[in-house]
Design a protein around this ligand. Sequence first.
Ligand code: BTN
Length: 324
Amino acid sequence: MNMNEQIIQIFLDHPNQYISGEKLSEELNCSRTAIWKHIQTLKKKGYMFESTPRLGYRMLKTPPEPLDVSRIISALNTRCMGLKIKYLQEVDSTQTMAAEMVKKGEEEGTVIIAEQQTDGRGRLGRKWFSPPGTGIWMSMILKPQIPLQFIHQLTLLISVAICRVIKRMLDVDVGIKWPNDLYINGKKVCGILLESSAEDERVKHVIAGVGISVNLLQKDIPEDLKDKMTSLCIETGIKCNREELLISLFKEWEELYMLYLSEGFAPIRILWEALSICLHCPIQVHTHQGIVKGKAYGMDEMGALMIRDEEGKEHKIYSGDVSL
Ligand code: BTN
């Protein structure tokens, strides 16, 4: 082990404890100035230390482990999903990067994953909080041969795939808020953004953006989002392996996508209804035409949410924002 690794090991062996510069220099047989220099180097690598006079140093945080993309790819037995991954430390938005790659002819199944987004985009022009190393911020390129009016069904399919994987891996009570947000205990843990282009009413390509808050801790979440968002780690107390999550996700996503392309939306609709958290309870949907208040009683064969309002009138809603 080199000196930096030895210093880290000492702190890992003494979690949350202060260790004086003197003790470290004795143990590692070097000067206190040398210890200080090594701590500065480690800080640049993403380790966080607190230094307090008379007490010494305390390690607050280790840098997030990077994803091992080749391990993900070799664990996949998919036909196309995730077989090519462009992995970036930082990008404005993986959606923008994917759009540029599509223009250059990128194939279906290619994924762009970033450790951090500086300008992550959400639905309805919102910003998407994407801090470094703690989430899955990715965009998948798809080229389904479907009419443009079916595109909404793809978002529903992706939400079902992610929901099933999270449930299976973490045994947590996660559900889908229409159309495609994933919620745990009343807070959002995952969002999906579909951007597409079409020609003659047929889809040319789709860029499916997925943001999953995986290992964020409560202190990582900005004050204004604290009552709205959560992470898998906050809800389960488990630091989740992002590589395992991605591997399962690509497999599940491909299985459902193949099912959809061969059998249509009907099986996806059944799965979606079983995972929905907004059926049979009072909801409000904000649509372009106004607010609809009532109870959702199902999804129709196209993917519209079916609502009976307070006067008993039935509505079919294709896009909007639900409040529970
Ligand atoms: C939503 O508003 O719920 C959708 C959020 C989608 C966020 C993801 S993160 C990866 C991809 N890149 C972006 O800029 N947005 C999507």
